[in-house]
Write a protein that binds this ligand. Structure first.
Ligand SMILES: [Zn+2]
Length: 147
């Protein structure tokens, strides 16, 4: 049985649907230690058996932000400021890790957040790990990179 959760930014410009293979109460909650996530105190979820649809309803409101090794980018809403996801795109395929607090049912993620610090990782290792652990994602309505 899969569990579908809706979410997105606050104003509705960016929407997402997360389909989990297990209840949110059983999903591993990450506390990424990257400098961006720490400034948001973000809790994140990614699961290679899950699926995400990231729907850009208003393309003009998409804000992308890259930092560090720039192996991925942050997806933010330009209008309401919500941090929605971290996104990696390669060869037309996309993976995300989702900001749990951008989900309507954020309160169901009740496991304690596990600290994750990948700052010492080389770029090659980082890309491989993300493909293995992040959630395969369908980009809908995006200006480039398919969808
Ligand atoms: Zn918004």
């Amino acid at each position: 049985m899969t569990h579908r959760l809706n979410g997105g930014c606050h104003c509705g410009a960016i929407a997402l649907e997360l389909t989990l293979p297990r209840p949110p109460e059983e999903e591993i909650v990450g506390a990424c230690q990257c400098s961006f996530c720490r400034k948001h105190n973000a809790r994140t979820v990614s699961d290679p058996r899950a699926r995400v649809r990231l729907v850009l309803r208003e393309p003009a409101e998409l804000q992308r932000y890259r930092f560090g090794l720039a192996a991925s980018e942050v997806v933010l809403c330009r209008r309401c400021g919500v941090y929605v996801a971290m996104l990696m795109v390669e060869d037309g395929r996309a993976w995300t890790t989702i900001n749990i607090d951008a989900l309507d049912e954020r309160a169901r993620f009740t496991r304690p957040a596990e600290s994750r610090d990948f700052s010492g990782e080389a770029l090659d290792g980082r890309l491989g790990r993300r493909k293995a652990r992040w959630t395969p994602t369908e980009l809908v309505g995006w200006p480039e990179e398919g969808g």
